[in-house]
Every structure is written in C-alpha cells, then in structure tokens.
Design a protein around this ligand. Sequence first.
Ligand code: UDX
Ligand code: ADP
Length: 455
Amino acid sequence: MKRRILNIACIGAGYVGGPTMAVIADRCPHVSVTVIDLNEARIAAWNSDTLPVYEPGLDEVIRRTRGRNLRFIPQREGAAAVAAADAVFISVNTPTKTQGAGAGKASDLGYVEACARYIAEHALGHTIVIEKSTMPVRAADTIKRILATSPRVGTFDVLSNPEFLAEGTAIRDLEKPDRVLIGGETPAAVDALAEVYAHWVPDQAILRTGLWSAELSKLAANAFLAQRVSSINAISALCEVTGAQVEEVAKVLGTDTRIGPKFLKASVGFGGSCFKKDLLSLVYLCEFYGLTEPAAYWQSVQDLNEWQKRRFAQMAATHAKKQGGVVAVLGLAFKKNTNDFRESPAIDICNYLLAAGVRLRLQDERVDPHMFGAVLVDDHKAGFDFFCEAAEAVRGADAILVLTEWDQYATLDWRKLSTVAAPGVMIFDGRTVVDPVAASAAGLPVFTVGIGAAK
Ligand code: UDX
Ligand code: ADP
C-alpha cells in the first residue's frame, strides 16, 4: 500500500530534533511538523526569539516555518500530535550508561524506550516510527517490542534514519546532505520517508539499506571520523618533536584521493556529544559479541584522544606554575559556531588545570558561563572567572590556551594583549588558529599543536 507522510511528530527538541524538523518543515510546506519535548523551558525557548541552539542560518529557517507548518509543544500536550502523525521521529539523547550492564560504555536507551512507550500509548492507525538519534545496532528490536504492547489497535513500521549533521554546519548539512540513509524492512515505509526527503535531496543521495546496516553505519561513520582525528593527532605529537609541520603533512595526505583532505586537522582532541559516546558504544558491542581485538582497536581511538588532551593540559600547567599560576582559556565550545560544550576538550583541560592549582580566566563567545561553570570541579579552590572579551581574559595570564577555533582568535591583536598579560606569558594554540607571526612579532612565544614552539 502506498503511504504518504503529511503529519510528522518529533520527540526531542535538542540539537538534532530542532534543526532537522525545521528544515523538513521549510522544504515541505505541505507537511505539518510538531516537535515535542519533556523540557518545557526548552520548548519555551524554541518559541521565543532566543533559540536554545545556536546554529548559523537556523534563525531564518525558524522564522519562515514556525507558526506556519512547524510548532514546538510540551510533551504533556503531545498526545494528539502523536495520534495524528503518519510518522514519529525519535530524537532524544542516548547517553553512555552510568549504571547496570555495560555501564561506562553501552548507550542508555532509557529515553528512547520512554518515547516508544509514549508512542505505543497514543498512536492511532498506521504509524512509521523513525530512529533519528544514534542507536546501538539492533535497538529497533527494543522499540518494536515496546510498540507491540500498544493498547490501541494501531500498526507500526520502524525505520532507522540516522542524522549525519555536524553542529556548527547543521543547516547546511541538512539542506545539502552527502546522503540520507533510510534503513527498514518494509519498502512502503522506506518509500514514504524517502518521498519526504525527495523534496530537496537528489534521489541518488537517498541510500536504502536494511535496518541493522543503517543503525551500524551511523556508529561506524562516527568511529571512522573520530579515528581520523586521533590519527592526525598521533602524528601531531611526532611532528612537534621532529620539526615536521602537521599542516604540511595533512596537506600531503589529503591530496591522495584515497585519503581525501577532510577531517585531518590536528587539534587538542575531539569533543562533542557523539564521538566518545559512539566509540564506547561500538567497543561495548564488539565486546558483547566476543570481538576482543576490534573492541581494543576502537578503544585506542578514544584513549589517544584522552592522551592528547592530557599532554596539552600538562604543558600549559607546567609553564603556568613556573610563573604566577594563572591561565587564560580562550574557547570552551567543542568546535566553532556552536554553543554546545558537551564533551568539549575544554572541560577536561580546565579540570586538569584546576586540580593542578591553576587559576582560570575563561572566555567563549557563545557558551553559557553558568552552565560551563557547573561542569568544573574545583576541589582545591584554585578559582575560575568568566570574561566576555578575550582581551579581558588574558589580563595577568601566564599561559593563554586556545581551545576552540573561533574566527576571532585568528585576528587577535597580540601586540595589545601582550601589554596586559603577565611577563613571560606563553600561548598554547590547540587549534592552529593563532597567527604565529603576529604573536612572535609581539614578543609572545607560541606552542602550536602539531608544530611545537615557534623558533
Ligand atoms: C559528528 C559527525 O561529524 C556528524 O556526522 C554526526 O552526525 C555527529 O557527530 P559533531 O560532533 O557535531 O558531528 O562535529 P564534528 O565536526 O564531527 O567535530 C567533532 C569533533 O572533532 C570536534 O571537537 C572537532 O573540533 C574535532 N575535529 C574535527 C578535529 O579535531 N579535527 C578535524 O579535522 C575535524
Ligand atoms: P541531541 O544532541 O541528540 O539532539 P539533546 O540532549 O540536545 O540531544 O536533545 C534531546 C532532547 O530530548 C532533550 O531536549 C530532552 O529533554 C528530550 N527528551 C529526552 N527524553 C524525552 C522523552 N521521553 N520525551 C520527550 N523528550 C525527551
């Protein structure tokens, strides 16, 4: 039977659900889209002028669609939207489990299971349930089992349609995706979802696979991307001690068409809500199926990332402690153009420095200081303060760490900053964003990841 999706509900109004539904509503004006979330403050923010997610281009898309065919409502008002929906997206968080079997590695499907129960309770007629959040492979089994308990006489198809958007470029990624992946067992359901995307995505970019391949592909894609970052970061350390320059090495690697140029930027370590969680989930799956060596392989990608953050923090702490013990940290977000700091390298590095007794002066143009302050651990009462401007944050600093590649850090006036920083200050650039010539001209030594200390 040919099905058409004209009514969509999405459970979860976060970094994935919000922008994804906004773009679907924008590109499909004939489809009515309702986004539901338990977090009423978040829903209120989606309905305000200050959206809860910062993404370039998102404001414009929301302005065009909100109140037209896109609405954000609290979960307690969501039952009718689920009942009316032809398709319900599950876009809730799947954090690493903190207790029970697989704690510390396996993904916690608690929020997903709660969504499945909510759908089972309220859906009517035939409903296509779509996994949008990253799930461990075979999560659809769990969802199907819960849907089968539905007290209604509804029927269901379950599809996996993982999101590949990267934060900071979410709108561009959604509007012009490399591919859209739809995994499912019922061709009619797969076709119905493909028809939605076909309004703006070329047919050859819509990939159809089995359910398990789709679920695993998302985990594998993130693991491959994380592995590239850990690979170039492993090379960065070797560059620093041999005189090779990581940007030159990356350029050479990238011109090999088999390797390609993207995702070869050395850094202070990868962050974000996905890479660590998905690597650990993959490690857990491998262990679960008795695949010891593959588990160790993927674990090593994560371990290298931890090492990269630690060695950077150690270098900065050693330098700062020889002087007055004050460090300015420029950039707290896990990458530029987002206000998200989940798993940001800045968290571990700041906590390492605080534990070493270093006083911190923090600055980021988008991250909420209260929220960031809440994840810092300052048992030794070393102290930390937030500043709006980089020029203020570096006042009296013995070391300046650059941890996010915000554009503004490429054009900092180092001559001016050198007059307010402490004598003997050193810059530690974890993102190859600082202009080493300008910094050196201002008399400031720079240590750049993958390059080492400027001569
Ligand atoms: C990632 C995937 O890219 C996306 O497809 C998936 O849907 C979600 O996870 P995201 O975490 O938003 O997206 O950002 P991404 O651009 O992948 O960056 C992740 C981390 O790796 C960031 O901390 C970034 O700074 C770092 N990174 C990335 C590097 O250090 N070097 C690089 O060359 C690329
Ligand atoms: P992501 O980056 O995957 O979008 P977020 O944490 O930004 O993750 O967003 C997930 C959203 O899902 C949160 O706003 C959270 O309140 C919401 N959520 C989690 N569980 C449920 C649930 N059972 N029903 C409705 N919303 C939920």
